[in-house]
Write a protein that binds this ligand. Structure first.
Ligand SMILES: [Zn+2]
Length: 259
């Protein structure tokens, strides 16, 4: 399907209506990821689809959206929220899911990996685990339940982190962006610093190197998928103004198109 025929005119209305409907409904209750393509399924057209990857500790659906060409190697993953009290990136992820992807790219979007934390306005999930200390790379015991950086009983002890791991290993994104708050910077997270620098420039934020914590999602991705880049973007406190949402979505699309 050509770019022009994809989601233009009336078709765009249908796509958006389907997407909106999909987001209102719980598409799958069984916790599986029924709509993910298998590697043996050749797909050569652009898609816009919503799916439920699985469920949180308290049973809330964790949704993903794919916008673009599933056959494209230019895959970019955006996770809007992993710490429940840092939800500003969800607005950026939502806008990205409703927009277009650049020709020949494949955008994967998880607006909210920690819906229980968002509902409770806590950093951690409902097991009181800091999901960004629960990934396998350099995981180690940290704290106890409820501590700020409690890393869980073992690596990937939490359904939310397992869902993210499964998605990453299946999609194998060239670039992954994980939104946090509230330091207002782009973090040198251990991948290709030129990618991080370009993104920082596109969104007008400083590039800094924060502490690289054990068990983080970006650390695990950068270690597990050689040659890819996963990095943290720290938004400022509070919601992202609409104009800034547009800046971020354009920057993500630009980065995807240049990979
Ligand atoms: Zn955070």
């Amino acid at each position: 399907m050509s770019r022009d025929r994809y989601c233009s005119g009336a078709a765009a209305y249908t796509c958006e209506a389907e997407l909106t409907a999909a987001r209102r409904e719980n598409i799958s209750q069984n916790g599986a990821h029924p709509m993910l393509p298998t590697p043996s399924t050749p797909v050569h057209h652009e898609v816009r689809r919503a799916m439920v990857l699985g469920q949180s500790v308290q049973g809330r659906p964790i949704r993903a959206f794919e916008v673009g060409d599933p056959a494209s190697p230019r895959k970019v993953l955006v996770v809007g929220c992993i710490h429940g009290n840092e939800p500003a990136g969800i607005a950026i992820a939502d806008a990205l899911a409703l927009g277009r992807s650049p020709r020949g790219t494949d955008l994967w979007i998880v607006p909210d990996l920690n819906p229980d934390g968002v509902a409770a306005q806590t950093r951690q999930n409902a097991d009181r685990v800091d999901l960004n200390r629960n990934f396998p790379w350099q995981w180690r015991p940290l704290g106890s339940p409820g501590n700020t950086f409690y890393s869980g009983r073992r690596p990937l002890s939490e359904p939310e982190s397992r869902i993210a791991q499964r998605l990453v290993l299946r999609v194998r994104p060239q670039v992954s962006i994980w939104f946090h708050q509230q330091l207002d910077l782009v973090d040198e997270s251990g991948g290709d610093v030129s990618v991080e620098r370009r993104f920082a420039s596109l969104v007008g934020l400083p590039l800094r190197r924060l502490t690289r914590y054990p068990g983080s999602a970006t650390g695990w991705e950068n270690h597990s998928l050689a040659g890819t880049t996963s990095f943290v973007v720290e938004l400022p406190a509070g919601p992202v103004p609409p104009a800034r949402v547009g800046v971020f979505t354009r920057a993500i699309r630009s980065l995807a198109a240049s990979r």
